[in-house]
Design a protein around this ligand. Structure first.
Ligand SMILES: Nc1ncnc2c1ncn2[C@@H]1O[C@H](COP(=O)(O)OP(=O)(O)OP(=O)(O)O)[C@@H](O)[C@H]1O
Ligand code: SF4
Ligand SMILES: [Mg+2]
Length: 330
């Protein structure tokens, strides 16, 4: 889509984060590009570094390596342009609101901090913003504990968008909500993207949600992006062995049957099984591992238009338009 041909609005380039004095990087050389009007999904198992990537992009944790670029210009994490342009939505909105203040006061707060308008004008704008996300004036006067989780998340979205940021970082924004409420919040995010041309990073455990909402998907494993491409390509034709496992563990996508014959243990897997490897971090679990995977960490490389994989032996495509690979290639 056209959004992808333009220069990225916001980018994390080769970003690494180390917590405390530990020698292990929670994320390692992760590159994420966000284009105007585009939603990038970020998926991967618990602890793989999704929230750390989000925090790095919000300037909440320092980078031990790499660069943040806003409109192609490097920005430091305390830069005011970053705080102004990039806003966040988290899993538990109530935790980020002051429990003693009304939703209205909290949503108007960014306007006050940035010196916009009179108190009456700020109040009017906050009410309009709340109305836009489906919060009535009556609800706006309540405190966070006096509304539902979905209503609180709507108010959090109003607060995040009231200064018209260009970028929204959403870390599991619907994971704590009922399925029916999830759908409403996802619809709201999609509307905001369309209306305001927002670029979004959308973190989720739910691959079905990511496939339906996002334009592109990046799959993380052990602190690295191991595959990225069009959201439908990643959902229906994953090529990295970890992405295949991740998709196969989601029965709702019903892809397991189509994929079963592709996983073929390779001679040499036992040589490295159970050992800490210098090479690919997925090697100890990978059914396709060979000794070639253990020498160095495979970088992302393009294997199809708009589709990159960090793997020595990516699976062949299952997409019919790409010539089917013979299965006797072991
Ligand atoms: N404040 C912290 N101090 C030390 N280590 C941390 C801290 N926050 C996260 N980590 C570690 O960094 C790694 C990545 O954590 P992160 O929270 O980014 O994962 P995640 O993909 O968001 O997981 P989840 O899906 O459970 O939210 C994990 O090994 C985690 O234990
Ligand atoms: S590089 Fe090797 S071990 Fe790593 S995912 Fe690919 S095939 Fe498996
Ligand atoms: Mg997380």
């Amino acid at each position: 889509m056209t959004a992808e041909r333009s220069a990225p609005v916001f980018e994390l380039r080769d970003g690494s984060v180390r917590y405390g004095t530990g020698s292990v990087e929670a994320v390692s050389q992760v590159s994420v590009q966000l284009h105007r009007g585009e939603i990038l999904g970020l998926v991967g198992e618990s602890g793989c570094g999704k929230s750390t990537t989000a925090r790095a992009m919000l300037g909440l944790v320092p980078l031990s390596g790499g660069t943040l670029l806003l409109h192609g210009e490097p920005v430091r994490r305390h830069d005011r342009r970053l705080r102004r342009s990039v806003q966040a939505i988290f899993q538990n909105p109530a935790a980020s609101f002051n429990p003693k203040r009304s939703l209205l006061d909290s949503v108007a707060e960014p306007l006050r901090v940035h010196g916009h308008g009179t108190p009456a004008e700020r109040r009017r704008r906050a009410l309009a913003e709340l109305d836009r996300v489906g919060i009535t004036e009556q609800l706006a006067h309540r405190r966070p504990r006096e509304v539902s989780g979905g209503q609180c998340q709507r108010a959090a979205i109003a607060r995040a968008t009231i200064l018209r940021p260009e970028i929204l970082v959403c870390d599991e924004p619907v994971s704590a909500l009922d399925v029916s409420i999830q759908a409403q919040i996802l619809e709201l995010l999609a509307e905001l993207r369309a209306e305001q041309g927002l670029a979004m990073l959308f973190i989720s455990h739910d691959l079905g949600v990511v496939a339906s909402l996002c334009d592109r998907t990046a799959v993380m494993y052990a602190g690295r992006v191991v595959e990225q491409g069009g959201a439908l390509d990643i959902a229906h034709d994953p090529r990295h062995p970890y992405s295949v496992m991740l998709q196969d563990s989601v029965p709702s996508l019903d892809l397991a049957a189509a994929r079963a014959p592709r996983v073929q243990p390779t001679p040499g897997a036992e040589d490295v099984d159970g050992r800490q490897l210098a090479g690919c971090r997925f090697a100890t679990l990978c059914p396709s591992v060979t000794t070639a995977c253990t020498t160095s960490s495979p970088p992302l490389r393009q294997i199809a238009p708009r589709h990159e994989v960090a793997c020595v032996h990516p699976f062949p495509s299952t997409t019919p338009r790409v010539a089917a690979q013979p299965s006797n290639t072991v």
